[in-house]
Design a protein around this ligand. Structure first.
Ligand SMILES: [Zn+2]
Length: 125
């Protein structure tokens, strides 16, 4: 089987943003269509400091203030239309998890169940 190379689609002017998009101007400055994604206001959760692995060539052992940003997002699809997700952005790792609506609700329910097992006075750090 041969992999098919696709050429990124260039943005063709402004898009119509979601009502909750923090950009809100139609992403007119985006070069690629894939960059015309809408993001909602983030809820920021402070995390314990993150220690990068010692094998990380860029920041060995560095500890930074760390946060998890949670927000809604909408991404254009190559085939047309959009995909809506709940985004979990781990800032120190600059990595993300994209959840569908049902996955986000399932995660939230399971977080609540796990949190219920913790003592009420326990500090998050
Ligand atoms: Zn937008």
């Amino acid at each position: 089987m041969t992999a098919t190379q696709t050429t990124p689609t260039r943005a063709a002017g402004r898009i119509i943003c979601t009502s909750w998009c923090q950009d809100g101007d139609g992403h007119a400055a985006a070069v690629l269509a894939a960059d015309q994604w809408c993001w909602g206001p983030a809820v920021r959760i402070e995390l314990p400091p993150y220690r990068f692995p010692l094998t990380d060539p860029h920041t060995p052992g560095a500890i930074e203030d760390d946060t998890l940003d949670v927000f809604a997002a909408r991404f254009p699809q190559d085939a047309g239309g959009f995909k809506h997700v709940v985004m979990l952005h781990h800032v120190a790792l600059d990595d993300e998890i994209r959840l569908t609506r049902s996955q986000a609700r399932e995660l939230a329910a399971n977080l609540l169940m796990a949190a219920a097992e913790l003592p009420a006075e326990e500090s998050p750090r």
